[in-house]
Design a protein around this ligand. Structure first.
Ligand SMILES: Cc1cc2nc3c(=O)[nH]c(=O)nc-3n(C[C@H](O)[C@H](O)[C@H](O)COP(=O)(O)OP(=O)(O)OC[C@H]3O[C@@H](n4cnc5c(N)ncnc54)[C@H](O)[C@@H]3O)c2cc1C
Length: 323
């Protein structure tokens, strides 16, 4: 059952921030994740602050610098079908199209997608796990087929968003509004690994909201992609996914980002794979070496070793497809 709470509709960003300064307040955008969290009693809430009416946080427009500004309340469906995103930031369009189901993509927002809570069944279930203030991660000795193989420490969730790895690959940043000021954070630094703090997923302070996502102008020769493997063809979160953004100069990768989803508690950038891709022409041998390097530090749990060959094949295949 959903607990009782007060409901406030913010009319401006400043008002939203003021309401969110109330103890136990939470932002409500599309509600597709928040309502599930309330129903599952993942956190206590006294006040739900709707930001859904803030028109200035919707829409996609070019920035004066030649990049793109996406308001945080823009729906995932609008991101997936936007013509400039489709042609210039293909990884983001492909990732958005892979999120959940058509209904959820029409209701869910890109800001909410970045801020959603993890999908670990112990965290979502009736388990007082570490992330909820308990003293253990139940996945360690439990059902861990869908948990992380990289970056796990204390807590072994996988980061759930499909758009976040694409945004990291495309070097996007978020603008954050809070009680004192506005600040900008690279999406790459927006999510917090459990090694730093296993009680928080993002750098957001309680009264802060994401107002926009900014994509830099696409570099010359930029090609990008996102591919996700999931257990079911209907809606499902990534078992394994890879976002690529490679700036080609001729057939040589001058710049390269390889970011994994379904692998780690945060979108996982593989510096090892990126280095190998940039060392020479992108042929099958190099793609296989880069894929192996991306998994070198993997530490699978009892039930998720299958992710290693899955990721290797996926990364190699995607590097060949983009090269
Ligand atoms: C059945 C199901 C399947 C799904 N499958 C996928 C999937 O395959 N891939 C995937 O990526 N996602 C998936 N999702 C997650 C879905 O994409 C998110 O629920 C959605 O993007 C969240 O957006 P929202 O606007 O509904 O957020 P809300 O539910 O309103 O909010 C989610 C969280 O973010 C916070 N929040 C929202 N907006 C902001 C903001 N602007 N600033 C700060 N905090 C904010 C809220 O307080 C809340 O904690 C799935 C969800 C469901 C229910």
């Amino acid at each position: 059952m959903i607990p009782s709470f007060s409901y406030l509709r913010a009319r401006t960003v400043d008002e939203a921030v003021r309401y969110l300064s109330l103890d136990g307040a939470r932002a409500h955008a599309g509600g597709t994740d928040l309502l599930g969290c309330l129903r599952e009693h993942i956190f206590d809430v006294t006040t739900v602050v709707s930001i859904a009416g803030l028109k200035e946080l919707t829409g996609i427009e070019k920035t004066p610098a030649g990049g793109l500004r996406i308001g945080s309340l823009t729906t995932i469906a609008d991101v997936a079908r936007h013509p400039v995103i489709k042609s210039k930031y293909r990884a983001l369009s492909m990732a958005a199209a892979e999120v959940a189901s058509p209904q959820l993509r029409h209701q869910g927002t890109i800001g909410g997608n970045l801020c959603q809570k993890p999908r670990c069944w112990y965290y979502r279930g009736e388990f007082h796990c570490l992330r909820k203030g308990g003293d253990q991660c139940f996945a360690v000795d439990g059902e861990n087929a869908y948990h992380c193989i990289l970056g796990g420490e204390n807590c072994f969730i996988v980061h759930p968003s499909d758009t976040a790895p694409a945004l990291v690959a495309l070097q996007a940043s978020v603008t954050i509004a809070g009680p004192n000021d506005r600040r900008t954070v690279a999406v790459e630094n927006f999510h917090i690994p459990p090694s730093e703090d296993y009680m928080r997923e993002t750098v957001l302070e309680p009264a802060e909201i994401v107002t926009e996502i900014v994509l830099p102008p696409p570099a010359d020769g930029l090609r990008s992609s996102y591919r996700k493997v999931r257990a079911r063809r209907t809606w499902d979160f990534a078992l394994a996914g890879v976002a690529l953004a490679i700036g080609f100069s001729g057939d040589q990768a001058a710049d390269c980002r390889v970011v994994l989803s379904g692998a780690a508690p945060v979108p996982w950038r593989s510096a090892e794979a990126e280095k190998i891709v940039k060392e020479g022409q992108l042929d099958r041998n190099r793609a296989a070496k880069a894929a192996a390097a991306a998994l070198k530090a993997a530490e699978p749990m009892a039930q998720n070793e299958y992710k290693i060959p899955l990721f290797r094949g996926l990364i190699e295949q995607q590097l060949m497809a983009i090269g």
